[in-house]
Design a protein around this ligand. Sequence first.
Ligand code: NAD
Ligand code: DAU
Length: 331
Amino acid sequence: MRLLVTGGAGFIGANFVHQTVRERPDVRVTVLDALTYAGDEASLTPVADAITFVRGDVADAETVDRLVGDADVVVHFAAESHNDNSLDDPWPFVQTNVVGTYTLLEAVRRHGARYHHISTDEVYGDLELDDPAKFTPATPYNPSSPYSSTKAASDLLVRAWVRSFGVQATISNCSNNYGPYQHVEKFIPRQITNVVDGIRPKLYGKGENVRDWIHVEDHNSAVWTIIEKGRIGETYLIGADGEMNNRDVVELILELTGQPRDAYDLVSDRPGHDMRYAIDATRLREELGWRPRYGSFRDGLAATVEWYRANEAWWRPQKDATEAKYARLGR
Ligand code: NAD
Ligand code: DAU
C-alpha cells in the first residue's frame, strides 16, 4: 500500500507514522508537512530511513496533486490545531483546515484514492458537567471556537464530496490525545514542562472543564481499524472513556513529579471555553471491533511524564516562545 500522511511531523501524525512503520512493513509511507511552528522533522528521526518526507502545504494544489496521484490511501492529519491560537488569529485555521481539506479532496476525486479524514469531537460543541449524555455520530454540529468551526467545515466538505462525487472517504472525530511528541503549548505537556522548569502549572478558570483523554497510540490504532474496515461515507467517534477534569489532571501530574498536589495557579479563562467533551464510541467498538490498549490513564500519564523528562532536547527549543505567547494572552 502507498500511504500519504499529511501533518506527519505533528503530534498525532508522527505517532501514526511510527506505529505504521513498526507494525506494517508492507506500507510505503510518504509524509507531507509544511513544518509550521507545530511541526518538527525531529519527531520523525527514528523512522527517517523508512519513509519519504516532503515539505509542503496541503493547500498547494500542484504538490498535493502529484503526491495524491502516487498514493492508494491518504490520511489527513495536517491542521492548525490549537484553540488558543485560533482565538488570537483565526486566518491560518481557515486557510489550512478548510482550503487545505478542499485541495486534498479535489485531488482525491481526480485520482480515486481512499481518503481518511482526521477530525475532532469539538465539532459537536460541549456538554454540561451533569449531563449523562455523550457525543454520538448523530449529535448535531455546534462548534464553539474558530478552530472547531474550521474542523466542522472540513468535515462537511468531506461528507459533500462523498455524496456528490463518490469520493471513497471516512471521517473520525476523536477526543483529547496525550502521549509523546505533543507540542508544549497543549495542556498536559505544558504543565509537565512547567514543573521541570520550576514554574507552577496554570489552570484556566476554576479547572472544572472535563476532557475525555485517550492515548495517542489508541487513537492511531482506531484510525487503522477504520481505514481497513470502515464503511465509506461513515463517521466514527474515537474515545476510550477517559473523562477527567483539568484540576484532577494537574494534581496527578504534580503527584507523579513529586510536587505538592496544590502547587498550581488558577489563571484567566479561555474565552468561550468548552465545558465538557465525552465520546460514545459504540459504533467503533461494536461494528469494527476496536478496543483501546491503554487501560490506565495514570500509567499512560506517568510514561508521558518520563518521556518529556528524557526528551528535553526535543521540546526545549519551543518552550520559551510558547510561554511568551501565553504571557501575552494573560494565561
Ligand atoms: P499538531 O498541531 O501537533 O500537528 C499539526 C501538523 O500539521 C504539524 O506538523 C504542522 O506542521 C502540519 N501543518 C499545519 N499546517 C499545514 C499545512 N498548511 N500544510 C501541511 N502541513 C501543515 O496537531 P495534532 O494535535 O497532531 O492534530 C492532528 C490532527 O488531529 C488535526 O487534524 C486535529 O484537528 C486532530 N485532532 C487532534 C486531537 C488532539 O487531542 N490533539 C484530538 C482530535 C483530533
Ligand atoms: O477534543 C479534541 C481537541 O483536544 C483537539 O481537537 C485539539 O486539537 C486539541 O488541542 C485539544 O483541544 P483542547 O482545547 O481541549 O486542548 P488543550 O490542550 O488546549 O486544553 C485542554 C484543557 O486544558 C482545556 O480545558 C483548556 C485547559 N488548559 C489548557 C492549557 C494550555 C488549562 O487549564 N491550562 C493550560 O495551560
